[in-house]
Design a protein around this ligand. Structure first.
Ligand code: F6P
Length: 560
């Protein structure tokens, strides 16, 4: 067993896997895929989901060794510590309890000795009541009109998760029906262009602004919030803020100071990490305003189903655990630095951007949880696009260039089926043909011998050869309802946590985002003093001074 200060790379289990890489290098997926028993053991079903990881560069022995690694990392104990509300986010001295956000009403989940589930449900009930008032038109704006449009202001975790779920639900028949006549938009970037795009075509009289910020100090969000406050007050007067602006935050004192009525603030807690906050009021409020609370509740239930699976299923049958271990295998042992997230579903177009934050902000670390420099890399470069769009973009590189483990995500039943008379297959079948074909193209490739048999001219054979042996996994969801979206979210959240637990890092802090913010403060001060008093540039290196000089001399920004 690894003691808390030992590095996982010092354990026998890690070294055993390092040695095992040589065995795997001798295999090819083309051959591994012929072993039906192996493939069968690499399929997992839970609650309507089917996971197939037989196209990973792994044997049954690899999986056993990874399970040993999980034991050496005390993975099960770490998962329990998370669910028990221990302060596993040690650098911020916080519990990590996003699972409590979607727990059933009668569950008991404690942080610092107190059951947090009743508080969670107080806020959920308040959201239900408030969103029903807005949606029914019983809450009206300053000029007596119902509020049919919502702009949610927030960035990072206060934006990406809600945007992903919103995008996923937009074409779900039930959600679509309940969103009739309403719009939900997201304002994240401090670029004023994002403000212009968000307010374009909206009338302040019929718009509700939701300011979403865990800290209520994030520079981008607060300036955007002041900008939209100005948009509302210029049109409707200062008193309109009470009717047109509400907030989601852990910092209710700052919400009040901003001028938002504390009765119109929806709380969450420091044990919810920003990137894990979509199941708190951060996501639940804007999504309930758009789709009604009952749809959003299904999303929470889907996530909760996976939480229970993750908490109580033995590691060898535990989907997030297996996925996390395979990612550790790909990154730390096979040396693949990236992972492509490829949903064959346009509704999941914002899934990869959300997982990018969940994964890269969580696991992009250089030291262990005890502060020891790591002799191995953690985290991976996550990116992705929905299929088939990605196929016409970056798939060339993943078929013949670099090896990038791919997650293929497919949906059995389309949200919006289309079948044209006379076509060979329905439109969704056409999409899914690609979902089923791509993993085999990556795994098997195409040999020069096959090309010769096809009479391909000699000079083209090297160009048309596919080496194959490129790993992927396939996850098949029965449909894409709010419930399934919740399942998908929780699988990835827990997979990322598993990776961090095995690597022995803190997946729940994000100190790496701080330095840039501090340096931007210095630049902001300089821009202010240069523009107001003509102060010379000072304290920057040659490069930044030159760039700033050019910017100040040639920009048409208003002088303050
Ligand atoms: O980018 C850093 C970060 O702190 C994220 O972790 C967080 O999701 C985001 O900023 C927004 O923070 P807040 O919700 O406090 O405005």
């Amino acid at each position: 067993m690894a003691s808390s200060t030992a590095l996982i790379s010092d354990t026998e289990a890690w070294k055993d896997l390092k040695g095992h890489v040589e065995d795997i290098k001798k295999t090819h997926l083309r051959d591994l895929m012929t072993d039906a028993n192996r493939c069968q053991s690499m399929m997992m079903e839970f609650d309507g989901l089917l996971l197939d990881y037989s196209r990973q560069r792994a044997t049954v022995e690899t999986v056993d060794k990874l399970l040993n690694l999980a034991k050496a990392a005390q993975l099960t104990e770490k998962i329990s510590r998370m669910f028990n509300g221990e302060h596993i986010n040690s650098t911020e001295n916080r519990s990590v309890l996003h699972v409590a956000l979607r727990a059933p009403k009668d569950a008991v989940i404690k942080a610092d000795g107190k059951n947090v589930v009743p508080e969670v449900w107080n806020v959920l009930d308040k959201i239900k009541e408030f969103s029903e008032k807005i949606r029914s038109g019983s809450w009206v704006g300053a000029t007596g009109k119902p509020l049919k449009d919502v702009i949610a202001i927030g960035i990072g975790g206060s934006f990406l998760g809600p945007l992903f779920v919103h995008t996923a639900l937009q074409t779900d028949p039930e959600a679509l029906e309940s969103a009739k006549g309403r719009q939900l938009r997201f304002l994240a970037n401090i670029d004023p262009v994002d403000v212009a795009r968000n307010i374009n075509g909206l009338n302040p009289e019929t718009t509700l602004v939701v300011v979403v910020s865990k800290t209520f100090t994030t520079a981008e969000t607060m300036l955007n919030a002041r900008t939209l406050r100005e948009w509302i007050t210029a049109a409707l007067g200062a008193s309109a803020v009470a009717k047109h602006m509400v907030a989601v935050s852990t910092n209710l004192a700052l919400v009040e100071k901003f001028g938002i009525d504390p009765n119109n603030a929806f709380a969450f807690w420091d044990w919810v990490g920003g990137r894990y906050s979509v199941c708190s009021a951060v996501g639940v409020l804007p999504l309930s305003l758009q789709y009604g609370f009952s749809v959003v509740e299904k999303f929470l239930k889907g996530a909760s189903s996976i939480d229970q699976h993750f908490q109580s299923t033995p590691i060898e049958k535990n989907i997030p655990v297996l996925l996390g271990l395979l990612s550790v295998w790909n990154v730390s042992f096979l040396g693949y630095p990236a992972r492509a997230i490829l949903p064959y579903s346009q509704a999941l177009e914002k899934f990869a951007p959300h997982i990018q934050q969940v994964s890269m902000e969580s696991n992009g670390k250089g030291v262990s949880i005890d502060g020891l420099p790591l002799p191995f890399e953690t985290g991976e470069i996550d990116f992705g696009e929905p299929g088939t769009n990605g196929q016409h973009s970056f798939y060339q590189l993943i078929h013949q260039g670099r090896v990038i483990p791919c997650d293929f995500i497919g949906i059995v039943k389309s949200q919006q089926p289309v079948y044209l008379k006379g076509e060979v297959v329905s439109n969704h079948d056409e999409l899914m043909s690609n979902f089923f074909a791509q993993p085999d193209a990556l795994a098997y490739g195409k040999t020069p011998e096959q090309l010769q048999k096809e009479n391909v001219s000699e000079n083209l054979i090297p160009h048309k050869t596919f080496s194959g042996n490129r790993p992927s996994l396939s996850l098949l969801l029965p449909e894409l309802t709010a419930y399934n979206v919740g399942q998908l979210l929780a699988i990835y959240e827990h997979r990322v946590a598993v990776q961090g637990f095995v690597w022995g890092i803190n997946s729940f802090d994000q100190w790496g985002v701080e330095l840039g913010k501090v340096l931007a403060t210095q630049v902001r001060k300089q821009l202010h003093s240069s523009r107001t008093q003509g102060t010379a540039l000072e304290g920057f290196n040659y490069s930044t001074t030159t760039l700033l000089k050019r910017y100040l001399e040639t920009s048409s920004e208003p002088q303050m």
